[in-house]
Ligand binder design. Structure first.
Ligand code: ATP
Length: 239
């Protein structure tokens, strides 16, 4: 579904991605794990068209992916950004409707809104509430719901569990599995490597802008070098 081929991305003189290649097949959950600053967010932002590629190419459903964020959304890729970035002054419902701003299919939008509310009953209860007054966990759910309102097939998720209480971390990972069950494909960037590797089918390890390891998630999780570098003790990342 998605093929990233040898992409390079720089911020001025800082080379953040140095020849990254990966693929995501339809229906998979693929995770990218790596330390702070490894380039995980840069990779998702490059796919979404927020950053310009120095070189390399990105294909989506066998076609070159457009290089503008609005066209990437139209092509069927939605992005749940790090830090949620909800519209703090809008209501929950208006935030969700913003996710559908490029769509014209009113009946399908209404049906998707109901789908999002059944996935996140909490958002339905709070649909008239101003988003800035939601808790961190609720804002994460809102950001996920808003992405689902774009009707994309591929969901890019950037650190969805960051800063959440342990109980909510589990909820977020349960929801990721539910989103896959809705027929979506997921590319998940996470620092919570244990949880991400448990949820994912396949994994890539990103280090200083390069993929240094890839394979089935269970195999990556069992790799002694990965365990030493990213996994610590399981209780460190419990939740
Ligand atoms: P984190 O988990 O902390 O978000 P990450 O793996 O997502 O880390 P990136 O945010 O993609 O990493 O950053 C990759 C590299 O690019 C880092 O060295 C970072 O300092 C640098 N970088 C990221 N954004 C910018 C920017 N806007 N300007 C300059 N350098 C940047």
């Amino acid at each position: 579904m998605l093929t990233v081929r040898d992409i390079h991305v720089s911020y001025g003189g800082i080379r953040a991605l140095k020849g990254v290649s990966l693929r995501v097949e339809k229906g998979e959950i693929v995770t990218i794990i790596g330390a702070n600053g490894a380039g995980k967010s840069t990779l998702l932002n490059a796919i979404s068209g927020f950053l310009k590629l120095g070189s390399g190419e990105i294909l989506y459903k066998d076609k070159l992916l457009p290089k503008r964020p609005d066209r990437v959304v139209k092509a069927g890729i939605c992005h749940v950004p790090e830090g949620r970035l909800v519209f703090a002054n809008l209501t929950v419902e208006d935030n969700l409707r913003m996710g559908a701003y490029l769509r014209r299919d009113k009946a399908a939008i209404a049906a998707d809104l109901e789908k999002v509310f059944s996935l996140f009953p909490r958002l339905k209860e709070r649909q008239r509430q101003i988003a800035g007054t939601l808790s961190g966990g609720e804002q994460q759910m809102l950001a996920m719901g808003r992405a689902l309102m774009t009707d994309g097939d591929l969901v890019l998720m950037d650190e969805p569990s960051l800063g959440l209480a342990p109980l909510l971390v589990q909820t977020v990972f349960d929801i990721i599995l539910e989103i896959r069950a809705l027929g979506k494909t997921i590319l998940l960037v996470e620092q919570n490597a244990y949880k991400a590797l448990d949820a994912a089918d396949r994994a890539y390890v990103l280090e200083q802008g390069r993929i240094v390891k890839e394979g089935p998630a269970a195999q990556v999780k069992a790799d002694p070098a990965v365990r030493a570098a990213y996994l610590g003790t399981e209780s460190d990342q419990a939740g």
